[in-house]
Design a binder for this molecule. Structure first.
Ligand code: COA
Length: 149
């Protein structure tokens, strides 16, 4: 159970650059702001979602659309707001966007620390761990939206 402190959070589609105020402290701490620009951020099919509290982004994620699947990346909630259900709500909104594209497979490269979070969102680990330049050890995780009621 979460202590829902904030009832006035808005979820909306945003531009890539608007994710930086969350990506930077959470995913690229101590690195240059330019490290917050990800591959394919500006693709026409890429969707960035933000959770906003009083016009301030407190959580973000990005969806990269491929032919048969969507990759979720750049998942981050400001530290002060973590553990309050905001990440889970963002993922639920993201899955709605994916359904609208008639795609059912969502996957991500999950940092080890985030695996329990994604499991709570219904994603399953596949295969063995591997290393990525940012965030260290990762699992590939997957969910088929059609498996849900
Ligand atoms: C991972 C992250 C996005 C999760 O967002 P959040 O808003 O803190 O997560 P929520 O509060 O929505 O948690 C949703 C569920 O995941 C569970 N969960 C979250 N973190 C967890 C953890 N470390 N261990 C166990 N369960 C966890 C919660 O208990 C909750 O479960 P429930 O719905 O069954 O009660 C956020 O903590 C974050 O930004 N972390 C640092 C950056 C990061 O690792 N990003 C992912 C890169 S792959």
């Amino acid at each position: 159970m979460h202590l829902q402190k904030h009832t006035n959070i808005q979820f909306k589609q945003i531009k890539a650059a608007a994710t930086y105020t969350v990506r930077h402290p959470v995913l690229r701490k101590g690195l240059s702001l330019s490290s917050c620009a990800f591959d394919r951020d500006e693709d026409n099919s890429t969707i960035h979602l933000g959770a906003y509290l009083e016009n301030k982004a407190i959580g973000v994620l990005t969806l990269l659309t491929n032919n048969r699947d969507v990759q979720l990346r750049g998942m981050a909630v400001l530290e002060h707001f973590q553990g309050q259900g905001i990440g889970k709500q963002l993922v639920a909104h993201a899955e709605q966007h994916v359904r609208l594209q008639n795609i059912s497979t969502v996957w991500m490269n999950a940092r080890l620390i985030a695996v329990p979070f994604y499991e709570a969102c219904g994603y399953q680990k596949q295969g063995e761990t591997f290393e990525l330049p940012y965030g260290g050890t990762h699992y590939y995780m997957l969910k088929n939206l059609c498996d849900e009621a």
